[in-house]
Design a protein around this ligand. Structure first.
Ligand SMILES: [Mn+2]
Length: 302
């Protein structure tokens, strides 16, 4: 199987160690890609709900695969979420190719991507709005605030804040929350001059342009590997939401976004990274220029 070469892949909300996690599908996905960078955007290992009684071999295999990718030279960023917040102690630690962080800024073809899990908006999206304006400092304060509130709830014998609970409590409030989440993330991204804001947490895969009076940005959410089985992929200067259930047999296709690209640039970026000689007799359904360039290999159930 030919692996798809990507500049960057982002996954989040895998929830290893819980019954909902689709580990086999995730391994199949990870085996199908060859990213330069891999961002694990929070809630990868569900340490919060972790029990020794449930951690099947397939879940362990995911961890092994991730470590293997790092060992083979993939730059891996483990961004902490609320279900793996115990790792926040290790924020800004780098071991080999793996960096643990609470948030991340990546430069992608001259544009800035702001990447974080998104649970900082949990306790109060209103507080989040003004606190996060303090930049990196505000983000850390918000993490602290969330931890304090959850610690307090714990002491009071109440259950800690849970997004899935909130969703169960009513579709209407969940829709409102998601909408508020996305808008807050975008407003803050625009204010801080980021071109992309990349989150997880709410299990709602999305790629959408957002604009306000101050400017515009692209909102991206990598979804989850519990229900949606989705990832974000960045290559050829564009983002794509990858849906495992729909895209596994057509992992790369020429869509409108790609047609807008300079075709030579696309060609160069593919051939430059390709080690094996191209097959000549395969063709792609549309686009004369793409013929004989070996691009069709990508459309072949990779
Ligand atoms: Mn989360």
């Amino acid at each position: 199987m030919k692996k798809r070469k990507l500049e960057l892949a982002v996954i989040s909300d895998v929830h290893l160690g819980t019954y909902g996690c689709h580990a086999d599908e995730l391994i199949a996905y990870l085996n199908s890609i060859e990213p330069k960078k891999l961002v694990l955007n929070g809630d990868i290992i569900d340490i919060w709900q972790f029990s020794k009684r449930y951690f099947p071999a397939s879940h362990l295999k995911v961890l092994k695969k991730l470590i293997g990718m790092a060992a083979k030279g993939v730059q891996v960023f483990y961004i902490t979420g609320n279900h793996d917040e115990v790792l926040r102690k290790f924020a800004d630690t780098t071991v080999g190719n793996v960096t643990i962080a609470n948030k991340l800024v990546l430069e992608l073809d001259g544009k800035k991507a702001w990447i974080f899990h998104g649970d900082v908006f949990d306790i109060s999206i209103q507080n989040a709005k003004w606190l996060a304006k303090l930049g990196g400092y505000g983000y850390d304060l918000l993490i602290l605030l969330n931890r304090m509130v959850n610690g307090f709830l714990n002491k009071m014998g109440k259950e800690r804040y849970s997004l899935s609970k909130r969703i169960k409590n009513g579709v209407k409030s969940a829709v409102k929350y998601v909408d508020n989440f996305e808008r807050t993330a975008c407003d803050l991204a625009i204010e801080n001059g980021y071109d992309y804001v990349v989150c997880g947490h709410i299990h709602q895969p999305k790629k959408e342009m957002y604009a306000n009076k101050m400017g515009s940005c692209t909102y991206l959410n990598s979804g989850d590997w519990v229900e949606n089985l989705t990832a974000l992929e960045y290559s050829f200067k564009r983002w794509k939401v990858y849906h495992f259930n729909q895209d596994k047999l057509s992992s790369f296709f020429v869509d409108d976004d790609v047609k807008e690209l300079d075709i030579n640039e696309l060609f160069t970026s593919i051939t430059a990274e390709r080690e094996k000689p191209k097959k000549k007799n395969e063709t792609i359904s549309d686009g004369e220029q793409l013929k004989d360039h070996g691009l069709s290999q990508n459309g072949n159930g990779v």
